[in-house]
Design a protein around this ligand. Structure first.
Ligand code: NOJ
Length: 566
């Protein structure tokens, strides 16, 4: 049971994700960097967040913006030096904040020393650090790849007449965890960073690390779903337990796995405390909600429903109600802006829906993760032209679409909602050129709505801004442990306009009402809820200070929280 007696810092933390490339540029090369983050540490502190997650900062040729690492113990040149990192770490800790890094160990870059060696000859000592299929055995059984023009995860390499495996781009060969030497090298590297003092890792596609080295045909039970197959390798939990034993258990750190393909039935295998694997993971159920079945980057044709949204969060709350712990997020560097996707970013509804979604994340059970710019309500970039896109995923998909003579206008319309570049545009700091992100030319276009008040500086000055609402809501969560540890109960599940729930801890009960609707709407909870009085804790709109009856009228995208008394 979760209770206040089982407190953990990472359960109480609010996490803020930084995509360093787009956060703040300090040297005018148009690319964000570590010194830029250092400049903004006081701002981060002022948000009252606790943990900073940095997307990959390691040496990389940037085929996939740092998710292709060529040296795990060096800093990407564009981002700075190891001295900059040490200064950043010190600055973070001095302010009482913590930092987690991205552990990308399903694959490395093809420019990593290990791979350079591995591809030289079949008897190279590093050969077995990667997955190879000798060509004399014929073509290897099909494996699907995310960023390959032919969707083929096997790349033929002439030098040794063999294919290597790459679930992502050809420049991201998969590491062979079946080899104990590789595992040792990874654990050593993790120790290196922990000894420097970092506070944890977000683990990139961690369920994919175990592979069957016989590379059989995709078993029928997976019905063509390669992602689910990748997430269920035979020795996955053995590796995670070993990693925990060899590394994680020796430090007071947090871990959160990125877990595409992991189904709710297996959730506790990763995070049940007694299994000693991870603390949390990001599931993908919400992210699939507005996508075509089985298509990660293609929007579905009809609209998603609020009842489906509630069902996902309710199901995932339930699975961790006794054991394990959940993570909560509405967007990240791979998934479009929360206000554009789950709210309504039209000028009329932008403020209310951005703050309503913040209220949601900060009043649910689980650790909330915010992505840079979410605190000021940044929106999807929605680039019209392929020239503006930078992401390997969009660019590859475009080439495929062009090759197939698909409707390219329709393609761009889809990318305007689905592309990862929607969230990768520069952080909007002020109303000056390039939103104050850089004094050079930004590596990707800035969203022009920084001129319409979506920037930090103008929101700082406005006590009713999205930014200042965010701060109040974080404070409310911090001051009320019921919002962290309390049990969750969904009310009026069939309501398509309002999401209502209670959080309860001991004698304390909190009621949360969130309108996901663009008109005013009414909710009657008298069958499910009784109380003598409710006191208003927060709202993003006019709300009664005190209530006596469980019938409410909410304005469009209104969020309101009451403390209830029996
Ligand atoms: C998941 C990361 O979040 C994404 O950005 C990256 O492209 C893939 N893993 C490959 O590392």
């Amino acid at each position: 049971m979760h209770d206040i007696n089982d407190r953990k810092w990472w359960k109480e933390a609010v996490v803020y994700q930084i995509y360093p490339r787009s956060f703040k540029d300090s040297n005018a090369d148009g690319i964000g960097d570590l010194k830029g983050i250092i400049e903004k540490l006081d701002y981060l502190k002022s948000l009252e967040v606790d943990v900073i997650w940095l997307n990959p900062i390691f040496k990389s040729p940037n085929d996939d913006n740092g998710y292709d690492i060529s040296d795990y113990r060096a800093i990407m040149e564009e981002f700075g030096t190891m001295d900059d990192f040490d200064a950043l770490l010190e600055g973070i800790h001095e302010r009482g904040l913590k930092v987690i890094l991205d552990l990308v160990v399903n694959h490395s870059s093809d420019e990593h020393e290990w791979f350079r060696e591995s591809r030289k000859s079949r008897d190279n000592p590093y050969r077995d650090f990667y997955h190879w299929w000798p060509a004399e055995k014929g073509k290897p059984p099909k494996r699907w790849s995310y960023f390959d023009l032919e969707g083929n995860a096997w790349q033929y390499d002439e030098q040794t007449d063999a294919y290597y495996l790459h679930y992502f781009s050809v420049k991201q060969p998969d590491l062979k965890w079946e080899n104990p030497e590789l595992r040792r090298a990874i654990y050593d590297m993790m120790h290196f960073w922990f000894q420097k003092g970092i506070d944890g890792f977000r683990m990139d596609v961690i369920p994919f690390i175990s592979k069957d080295p016989e590379y059989p045909e995709l078993p029928e039970e997976y019905e063509g779903d390669f992602i689910a197959y990748y997430a269920n390798g035979p020795r996955l939990h053995e590796y995670l337990q070993e990693m925990n034993r060899e590394v994680l258990s020796k430090y007071d750190v947090m871990t959160v796995g990125e877990a595409p393909g992991v189904k709710i039935e297996n959730a506790l295998d990763f995070v049940d405390e007694h299994r000693n694997e991870l603390n949390m993971f990001f599931h993908f159920d919400l992210l699939a909600l507005d996508r075509a079945p089985g298509k990660v980057f293609q929007m579905r044709e009809d609209n998603w429903k609020l009842t489906e949204f509630k069902e996902i969060f309710t199901r995932w709350d339930e699975v961790f109600s006794e054991k394990g712990w959940g993570s909560l997020f509405l967007n990240n560097h791979d998934f479009p802006r929360s206000v554009s996707r789950w709210g309504n970013d039209s000028p009329e509804h932008w403020y209310h829906s951005a703050t309503m979604l913040q209220t949601f994340l900060l009043s649910m059970r689980g650790t909330p993760y915010f992505y840079q710019g979410e605190e000021i309500g940044m929106t999807n970039a929605r680039f019209d032209s392929i020239e503006d896109y930078r992401d390997i995923n969009t660019l590859t998909a475009y080439q495929i679409a062009a090759h197939n003579c698909d409707d390219l206008e329709a393609f761009i319309e889809n990318e305007k909602e689905a592309s990862r570049d929607n969230v990768r545009t520069p952080m909007q700091w002020n109303a000056q050129k390039h939103a104050g992100f850089t004094s050079g030319e930004p590596w990707i276009r800035v969203n022009q709505n920084y001129l319409q008040g979506i920037n930090v500086q103008s929101q700082e000055k406005d006590s009713h801004s999205v930014l200042n609402y965010f701060r109040s809501m974080v404070k409310l969560r911090k001051n009320n442990p019921v919002l962290t540890y309390g049990s969750y109960r969904l009310l009026d599940p069939d309501n398509e306009e309002i999401y209502a729930y209670t959080r309860t801890l001991g004698d304390e009960k909190i009621l949360v009402l969130l309108s996901f609707f663009e008109k005013s709407s009414t909710i009657d909870l008298s069958k499910e809820l009784s109380f003598t009085r409710g006191d208003l804790l927060i709202s993003n709109d006019e709300a009664k200070k005190q209530i006596k009856a469980p019938v409410f009228v909410l304005s469009p995208y209104q969020a309101v929280i009451y403390r209830l008394y029996r």
